[in-house]
Design a protein around this ligand. Structure first.
Ligand code: ATP
Ligand code: ATP
Ligand code: MG
Ligand code: MG
Length: 471
């Protein structure tokens, strides 16, 4: 059938070639390809279905090695923990971070790794299959790709490993934290068991079965006691990597001789307690600005209030995410009233939001607004497209839009306001929302005023948020 059709088309082409000039032939060729793309088989496309991950939920993709008990035996993994294997898992996970910008946190141990996508992520339209298959396949291929870097030539990869994958949605921050706590608690339980088990087998010569029987029904305290009294091992002194698993976070990293850049950094720390989340607020706050306070010396130079605090309404249109990191920063004026007090700013922002929503903008049009005292208010936040005016409309999904509250005809915003603006941009760069190279625009009440290309050197910045690690 196909053969016949193509023979038919060839003859048809021959006849035409005799009559047509070359330009027409070009069209004929395009026409031919176009027809092929729309073959009669095309209808089967409608059998495909799309499963979208529920909006407003954290998306977690967890991969786990298939039959890694056997795999680790076949490749002579050290017991109870093969550091090379764990480091390779973390390297494979970093590849997933490199591929998918929207992954904001990772946690793994043994043969599993979990990846957390931002709540508002719109990557691949939140398509379940796409996210699951991309994470799982990237992880698996990276595991194989980097095998030699960790196991050298002595331990050859004997067969291609595979990983299963699942997607789980968590609606609240607490649910997400509990999920991660559950995985870290699992590391503790398994590692304590394995440490005693392998000490009994490798150092005391017990068979696997004997060791298993000895440990049956024991509590954590019993296991700690066996380790201490029989092997002189204090479990607390075991490496953090084995006890706490590996957390992957995105940080700006300074590298010798290279430009600082945002990379996935492995940490081996407690993620069950609040401390970690307070020290790394950008993970849970990756979608909203949250409450931010930046101090210089003893002075607060930036204070950002979350949008709930000024009584913002929920957007009445679907939000469009920005392409992070954005390349443009727009500064404008609200053209509204100017005032210092918190009450004034809240009222003013609510009015502005109402006005913008009545003009079909879906929400207040800015990402942030800065009041007279320099206090900053979250509007659309970091990761949502602002609504720029006609002239710059096409840049909306590549921009951050910051408004000074007031008109400022013939005057300037106060020093405090402008300093808050600068700090907001700096913070955006550090958190990976704004590119280190960006264009800064100023829009006045009369429209466009000017723009400057800016380059932000993270290395010369004060480096409290920079991590010095060798990668
Ligand atoms: P499944 O296919 O159901 O996942 P599995 O054999 O992979 O089965 P898991 O419960 O996932 O079983 O456990 C993974 C096993 O892999 C661990 O019990 C451990 O024996 C081994 N393993 C994985 N990574 C390491 C490592 N770095 N060092 C030592 N052992 C490891
Ligand atoms: P997506 O990520 O959306 O799948 P894609 O770039 O993978 O985008 P596909 O529609 O999957 O696009 O098309 C795969 C493309 O890869 C083909 O158009 C072709 O250009 C190229 N390609 C794949 N395999 C081969 C091959 N063996 N020889 C030549 N080109 C190939
Ligand atoms: Mg497994
Ligand atoms: Mg496992």
């Amino acid at each position: 059938m196909l053969f016949k059709a193509s023979v038919g088309l060839c003859i048809f082409k021959k006849i035409l070639r005799a009559r047509l000039n070359t330009t027409s032939l070009y069209f004929l060729r395009t026409f031919h390809i176009g027809e092929m793309a729309k073959s009669k088989f095309e209808y089967v496309r409608h059998f495909e279905t799309e499963n979208k991950c529920l909006l407003n939920c954290w998306i977690v993709v967890r991969v786990d090695g298939k039959g890694f008990h056997k795999f680790s035996e076949a490749h002579k993994f050290e017991r109870p923990n093969d550091k090379r294997g764990l480091d390779l898992m973390a390297r494979a996970a970093a590849s997933v971070f490199e591929d998918l910008n929207e992954v904001c946190f990772g946690f793994g141990h043994s043969d599993e790794f979990s990846f957390v996508f931002k709540k508002t992520s719109q990557v691949y339209n939140r398509r379940h299959e796409k996210l699951l298959s991309l994470v799982t396949s990237k992880f698996s291929s990276a595991y194989v790709f980097y095998w030699r870097d960790y196991f050298g030539d002595e331990v050859k990869l004997l067969y291609p490993p595979s990983f299963d994958g699942r997607v789980v949605l968590y609606p609240t921050d607490q649910n997400l934290r509990d999920y991660l706590s559950w995985r870290q608690a699992d590391v503790h339980v398994n590692n304590l068991y394995n440490t005693v088990f392998w000490a009994l087998v490798l150092k005391k010569g017990l068979s696997n079965k004997e060791a298993e029987e000895k440990l049956c029904g024991t509590l954590s305290s019993d296991k700690n006691e066996i380790l201490f009294s029989e092997f002189n091992i204090n479990y607390n002194n075991e490496p953090e990597q084995f006890k706490k698993g590996t957390s992957l976070v995105r940080k700006v990293v300074k590298q010798k001789g290279k430009k600082p850049r945002m990379v996935a950094v492995p940490l081996h720390c407690d993620i069950i307690n609040d401390k970690f989340w307070k020290e790394n607020p950008e993970i849970l706050e990756c979608d909203t600005a949250g409450e931010i306070e930046v101090q210089e010396g003893k002075m607060t130079v930036l204070y950002v209030t979350p949008r709930d605090w000024w009584g913002a309404q929920a957007p009445d249109k679907a939000i469009e995410p920005t392409k992070l990191p954005v390349k443009n920063v727009f500064f404008t004026y609200t053209k509204g009233r100017y005032g210092f007090s918190e009450q004034f700013c809240r009222d003013e922002l609510r009015k502005l939001q109402e006005k913008h929503m009545s003009r079909e903008a879906g929400d207040i049009i800015y990402n942030f607004a800065i009041g007279g005292s320099g206090k900053t208010y979250e509007c659309r936040g970091w990761a949502v497209s602002p609504k720029l005016g006609k002239r710059y409309k096409q840049l909306s999904n590549q921009s951050i839009f910051i408004a000074y509250m007031g008109i400022f005809k013939g005057t300037m915003p106060t020093i405090k306001m402008m300093r808050a603006g600068d700090w907001l941009v700096k913070l955006g760069i550090r958190r990976g929302f704004i590119d280190t190279k960006f264009v800064q625009y100023h829009i006045t009440a009369t429209g466009y005023e000017g723009y400057t290309s800016q380059k932000f050197d993270l290395a010369t910045e004060d480096s409290e948020k920079c991590f010095d690690v060798t990668l």
